[in-house]
Write a protein that binds this ligand. Structure first.
Ligand code: NAD
Length: 369
């Protein structure tokens, strides 16, 4: 007979929870929309649960793993980023954690592209003009103009899953691309994109030749009209090329004064105080952000300065917030489905109980023989 596993979810992930209940698991879902206090998570873990479902707003570290010693078998995160989970601590306690990579790749990339469009074509100030009844005339350049993306050059910083999907979207808009990734250069993909762009030109679908290549970080910043960031948050010590405050005074000053920055990765990748100054002092033309050093964005954030509002789009960590992407119970389509499947894989002992074989497990190194 199946053991009756107990699971605590720090947030409601929709109907996918039924997949657990249908297996006879006992599932408690934290009912409130905001994150539960950490002491409540610890209390629930201590009560003997087998599985914990988390989101990026929960801090999961040694305190939590200690509370789950000898009974907590898996932490299943509904997100691809897992910088809120202390990997070294999870490994020390030998608790596997899973994430929901891939199923949010296209949704996140398309949102990054839409943010870029909204920013550069000034859709937000333009709509305000209409709503505030200040649309008095049609004029060739007044009250302001935006910048088109077609034929422009974009830097793709990080060419993992989402960076590559962003490249695909940008190719459709006849953009040139400067790619940078210190750890993973996908030359086959870049070559295929070049072939597609060449075919579009040969068949008269594109008007001008477009190109894509890998370059150094500095060159990507110096030569592009847009910079889109698709890196994980890696703090100093976590990688030879950390991403913490990768965008700082020195690197923002490398960008053209006409260039725009789009960040859908993680907030601490950008020094926000410096970015606000860069916008105020016109080091760059604009920024669109989905993620912040502190979330939700504090009331006194320098990014809220009304003086830069027309050039600074602020989204509420929304890039993966699309219906199917977030909630589908199908592990090949939805974060909820993939999160639940990752949890089931560990608890049901799928793949012969070998964590290193489980597709959604992250810290496989702790289980390698
Ligand atoms: P991924 O691991 O497939 O790709 C990340 C890439 O960044 C890798 O190729 C890696 O080599 C590269 N990288 C690492 N350090 C770098 C550096 N210093 N400079 C440039 N590149 C570097 O991850 P992914 O699935 O593409 O997701 C990327 C990140 O996007 C996630 O870690 C997450 O934090 C974030 N994300 C945000 C949202 C959102 O809602 N805003 C949604 C999904 C993912």
């Amino acid at each position: 007979m199946n053991k009756k596993f107990r699971v605590f979810a720090t947030c409601d992930i929709g109907e996918a929870i039924d997949l657990l209940r249908n297996r006879g698991y006992e599932v408690e879902v934290y009912p409130r929309p905001e994150a539960p206090p950490k002491r409540l998570i610890i209390e629930k873990v201590k009560s003997g649960i087998d599985g914990l479902i988390t989101t990026l707003r929960d801090q999961i570290d040694a305190e939590v793993f200690e509370a789950g010693k000898n009974h907590l078998k898996v932490v299943a995160q509904i997100a691809v980023g897992f910088d809120n989970i202390n990997r070294a601590d999870a490994n020390r306690y030998k608790i596997p954690f899973t994430h929901t990579a891939d199923v949010l790749t296209e949704a996140t990339a398309e949102f990054a592209f839409f943010m870029l469009g909204s920013l550069t074509r000034k859709m937000w100030p333009a709509e305000h003009l209409t709503r505030q009844n200040q649309w008095g005339y049609w004029h060739p350049y007044l009250p302001f103009l935006g910048d088109e993306v077609t034929g422009k050059t974009i830097a793709i910083i990080g060419t993992g899953r989402i960076g590559l999907a962003m490249i695909k979207k940008c190719a459709g808009f006849d953009m040139n691309m400067l790619c940078y990734d210190p750890a993973y250069e996908n030359h086959d993909y870049v070559k295929a994109i070049q072939e597609v762009m060449d075919l579009r030109l040969a068949r008269g679908i594109a008007r001008e030749k477009n190109w894509i290549k890998y370059v150094r970080f500095e060159q990507a910043l110096q030569e592009s009209d847009f910079v889109s960031v698709h890196v994980p948050l890696l703090r100093p010590g976590e990688s030879p090329t950390p991403t913490y405050q990768l965008f700082n005074e020195q690197t923002l000053k490398l960008m053209k004064p006409t260039a725009y920055l789009v960040n859908t990765s993680r907030g601490p990748v950008v020094d926000e105080a410096v970015l606000a100054r860069a916008l105020r002092e016109n080091w760059i033309a604009g920024a669109a952000l989905d993620v912040y050093e502190t979330e939700p964005l504090p009331a006194d954030s320098p990014l809220r300065d009304p003086a830069i509002a027309d050039r600074c789009r602020l989204m509420p960590h929304f890039a993966s917030a699309a219906r199917i992407t977030r909630l589908s119970s199908d592990p090949n389509k939805g974060m909820a489905g993939r999160c639940v499947q990752g949890l089931i894989d560990v608890l049901a002992g799928n793949y012969g109980g070998d964590v290193t074989m489980m597709p959604y497990a992250v810290n496989k190194e702790a289980f390698a023989k």
